[in-house]
Design a protein around this ligand. Structure first.
Ligand code: SF4
Ligand code: SF4
Length: 238
């Protein structure tokens, strides 16, 4: 990796993006390539796809609690960072933002390919280091021969090594199951009840022992929990 690419990655890390992957589509399995093509994404092998994620509280702390400058401050911050790293470190050129945005890009599949995410009974992925305390923040494409960063070695899901599986007993709705898929309907119904104990937090997630050092602080937890509840309420009314 050349020095300017390396400096760009280091700068991104200072901004709170402690998960970064540079990928080429011809490395992807066929299913992932097809999913991206279904989204009308150009996956020519000359392009590079850069995915940014944030584990724990670092990116939140970068925002400094300033959530007032847009409806989606984390998205705005992440898109601005994507533009800046390309302009200031990676030689400029056009940046196609694929996420955040309206395109339903397969982030979970990309996360699994990048080794960030593994199957869990919680209905979303789990990271070996951060547990469930991480989020996808940006995916963008550019025509620039950046060196790929993805390691193809899989470490398996930490859930296989979790003997007691406390996430199951912590869920008051019985939505978290082992050897059965997550029961989204039960979870949503419980969250939408008046004065639900899960209105702004997931007790199963909080009970998981993996990545506890990276657990979100109370303000971050409530912010994300309330946004997700609001989006469920909107969908119920549609
Ligand atoms: S509590 Fe155990 S089984 Fe449940 S998500 Fe965490 S690691 Fe996986
Ligand atoms: S939000 Fe509540 S109901 Fe849904 S999975 Fe988490 S603990 Fe269970």
């Amino acid at each position: 990796m050349n020095l300017s690419q390396q400096r760009g990655h280091e700068w991104l890390a200072t901004q709170g993006f402690n998960l970064q992957a540079v990928m080429r589509a011809d490395q992807w399995p066929q299913r992932l390539r097809q999913s991206m093509e279904d989204c009308q994404v150009n996956i020519e092998s000359s392009r590079r796809f850069v995915m940014l994620g944030a584990g724990g509280r670092l990116l939140w702390e970068q925002l400094g609690g300033d959530l007032t400058d847009s409806d989606h401050p984390l998205d705005t911050f992440s898109v601005n960072a994507a533009g800046r790293v390309v302009t200031e470190y990676w030689g400029g050129g056009e940046v196609e933002i694929l996420y955040p945005g309206p395109i339903p890009v397969p982030l979970q599949q990309l996360g699994m390919f990048a080794g960030w995410s593994h199957v869990s009974p919680l209905g979303f992925g789990i990271n070996t280091e951060f547990g469930t305390w991480f989020a996808y923040r940006a995916l963008f494409a550019l025509d620039n021969p950046l060196q790929e960063t993805v390691s193809l070695a899989s470490q398996g899901t930490p859930c296989d090594r979790c003997v007691e599986k406390p996430c199951r007993s912590a869920c008051p709705a019985g939505a978290v199951r082992w050897h059965k898929s997550f029961d989204l309907g039960r979870c949503v119904s419980h969250r939408l009840k008046s004065a639900s104990s899960c209105a702004d937090r997931c007790h199963a997630r909080l009970a998981c022992p993996v990545g506890q050092d990276w657990r979100y602080g109370e303000d971050q937890l409530v912010y994300h929990g309330q946004r997700s509840l609001a989006s469920l309420q909107v969908r119920r009314e549609e």
